[in-house]
Design a protein around this ligand. Sequence first.
Ligand SMILES: C[C@@](CO)(OP(=O)(O)O)[C@H](O)COP(=O)(O)OP(=O)(O)OC[C@H]1O[C@@H](n2ccc(N)nc2=O)[C@H](O)[C@@H]1O
Ligand SMILES: Nc1ncnc2c1ncn2[C@@H]1O[C@H](COP(=O)(O)OP(=O)(O)O)[C@@H](O)[C@H]1O
Length: 289
Amino acid sequence: MMKKWISPAKLNLFLYITGQREDKYHNLQTLFQFVDFYDELTFLNRTDNKIHLVTPFEKVIHDENLIIKAAKLLLEFAQTHRINLPRYYGVDIEIIKRLPMGGGLGGGSSNAATTLVALNYIWNLNLSCQQLMELGKKLGSDVAIFIYGHSAFAQGVGDKLQSITVPEKWYLIVKPNINIATVSIFSHPDLKRDSVTRNINQLLNAPFKNDCEPIVRKLYPIIDALITWLSSYAPTRLTGTGACVFSECDSFQQAQQLQNRLNDQGLFTDLYTSFIAKGCNRSLLYRAI
Ligand SMILES: C[C@@](CO)(OP(=O)(O)O)[C@H](O)COP(=O)(O)OP(=O)(O)OC[C@H]1O[C@@H](n2ccc(N)nc2=O)[C@H](O)[C@@H]1O
Ligand SMILES: Nc1ncnc2c1ncn2[C@@H]1O[C@H](COP(=O)(O)OP(=O)(O)O)[C@@H](O)[C@H]1O
């Protein structure tokens, strides 16, 4: 059977913005954890050395897809550094896409990371995790954490990573039918950008917050309503720049109860979907290898 490569979602358990650099990128302090909800990628050999994404994406053109960009970047790196490639390195890439786009779950970045890790293995390039992370950063700030593959406290623009083990909670993740472009939140004048820099112990011992949440709640009333409603049952926050919100539960049963309650309360039920996932300190990308 053809090997499936896992491409998991992440949550930002907390996210603080401590300033903005000259290049306009924001300095962050964030806690990343993976969950067991994922896309699946397969790579099938071609004999014409073309790289092709077989699965159509409604909103992303082929060559702009982060999967294709990652494959081409790795190929170019191997060719520039004269690393031996197999005679037939062409691939047809298929994806079972479950992660919503613009959901703050890092789906695009995760797909890029999985592509880099998978093709490094399939092409037998032997690049180190560090080398793949450096390449990944060229595609997006979040790609590095997905290659790193362990829960981490991230600083800088989200790329300075320190491994950390956090409780593997269950989450009810609610996805409003909205896609939020990261840049639209990071460029908003009212975004809170002045959190004080704290060390990891201070951050772990304070209530977890997301600095993007106030502005996202103001811009998207459905997200505000969901966080307000869910918070009366479990701690609930925004992940990344949204649109998903997650409620932290101690067991699958608790998450399921909350999901049932949400479905039964009958408010705006056509405006969102939800699923249950478990936090994983180790990314399933590596557990599956
Ligand atoms: C906010 C976070 C938190 O994990 O996640 P998402 O909500 O997107 O999943 C990330 O920092 C997003 O990372 P990623 O989605 O890879 O962003 P990128 O493609 O690098 O950047 C998109 C745009 O966001 C802004 N940006 C991104 C990262 C950062 N530290 N400061 C920024 O100001 C920049 O304007 C950039 O052009
Ligand atoms: N393979 C991909 N999967 C998802 N999004 C992709 C992909 N390739 C490019 N994109 C683009 O990246 C954007 C951000 O997607 P995604 O990473 O899923 O969201 P977020 O950054 O909110 O977590 C999408 O809206 C889409 O335009």
